[in-house]
Design a protein around this ligand. Structure first.
Ligand SMILES: Nc1ncnc2c1ncn2[C@@H]1O[C@H](COP(=O)(O)OP(=O)(O)OP(=O)(O)O)[C@@H](O)[C@H]1O
Length: 326
């Protein structure tokens, strides 16, 4: 344990968030298993994406992590503090952008932030400076004395981020940070999140339905469905998981020998499952990664590889493959 600059207790641990068998059941006989035996480890300083279809259990998990819901079973820690017994410490160390976010619409941006700063006992001098700095960070300087009620959706989201940062948190929880905002506003929000993570080392736990967004800003991603964790890792780790399940799809173009000869040579490589010729391209389906073996077989047959690519598996495709049949 150590004391942070502000005198707030900080626990030393390599993990920002950890859950062990974390579960939440609803209903008379606990028949709704909203979160079911979730084991998660989020490292300090990473941007962690939490994705899943509607009703997967994302919000319920977040609520348990920030002390708004008590787990039915299992346990968890945020910034080293227990999510049941040490909620006050967790509140001090975390910032939350909920969806939907509620503000005092009749108060200005500055007045709203003042209110939240007071909840954290931040003294007037630090408070006023921090408010100006935060509103500058989220590009709302010009709106500092405008009432929140008149803000656009994009402005409200950015304001929500400023509010979530008022206590200089170690861990930031963002629920759908770009939902409902236009592409330009969404990109601005994503850049802000990346910047915050890089410049201040804030750990970000982010839930989103935009796979493009998650792929762009997250270091690692957890995929959940029906309350259960299906996969976790970087996009490349998720590709490996899907490759192990579904095999690999290569696109290949060859010169110097007829395509039919190239196809015959490739079919002999162990692990090649299927092969098709479409126009001038060979589509090869293999059990595992076989790039070197296929290239060798072409060379041996007297051919020259002019194009050799693995079919692009973006997070959207990986997500659909991973949740398939669940
Ligand atoms: N208070 C509650 N009472 C009963 N069931 C609930 C309650 N809160 C959530 N649930 C159920 O738990 C499951 C998980 O809900 P949750 O809101 O956590 O999903 P989600 O992944 O956040 O979904 P979405 O992407 O739609 O926001 C759903 O089946 C939901 O209906």
């Amino acid at each position: 344990m150590e004391l942070g600059q502000s005198g707030v207790v900080r626990k030393t641990n390599k993990l920002a968030i950890e859950t062990i068998h974390l579960s939440k059941f609803f209903g008379k006989e606990n028949q709704i298993r909203a979160v079911d035996n979730l084991n998660l480890q989020v490292r300090k300083g990473e941007v962690f994406g939490f994705v899943g279809p509607n009703g997967a259990g994302k919000t319920t998990t977040m609520k348990m992590l920030i002390g708004l819901l008590e787990p039915s079973e299992g346990s968890g820690k945020v910034a080293g503090f227990d999510i049941v017994r040490e909620i006050i410490n967790i509140r001090e160390q975390t910032g939350v952008l909920p969806e939907p976010a509620g503000f005092y619409d009749n108060l200005t941006a500055r007045q709203n932030l003042r209110f939240y700063a007071k909840l954290y006992n931040i003294g007037p001098e630090v408070r006023e400076k921090r408010i100006v700095g935060l509103l500058e960070t989220v590009d709302l300087t010009r709106a500092i004395d405008q009432k929140i009620g008149g803000f656009s959706t994009g402005m409200r989201k950015r304001f929500g981020l400023a509010q979530a940062l008022i206590n200089e948190p170690l861990v930031l929880f963002l629920d759908e940070p770009t939902s409902g905002i236009d592409p330009l506003g969404a990109q601005m929000m994503r850049d802000l999140i990346k910047d915050l993570n890089r410049s201040k080392g804030v750990t970000v736990f982010l839930s989103s339905h935009s796979m493009e967004e998650v792929q762009e800003i997250c270091d690692r991603i957890a995929i959940i469905a029906r309350g259960k964790l299906l996969a976790v890792g970087s996009v490349e780790d998720l590709r490996d998981i899907v490759r192990a399940k579904e095999g690999v799809h290569y696109l290949l173009e060859v010169e110097d020998i007829p395509l039919s000869e190239a196809a015959e040579a490739i079919k002999k490589v162990e692990g090649v499952q299927d092969l098709e010729i479409q126009d001038r391209t060979l589509h090869i389906h293999t059990k595992m990664k076989l790039r070197t073996e296929i290239a060798k077989a072409i060379k041996k047959a007297g051919g020259t590889v002019s194009m050799f690519e693995e079919e692009e598996m973006n997070l959207q495709k990986l997500f659909l493959k991973i949740i398939e049949g669940v």
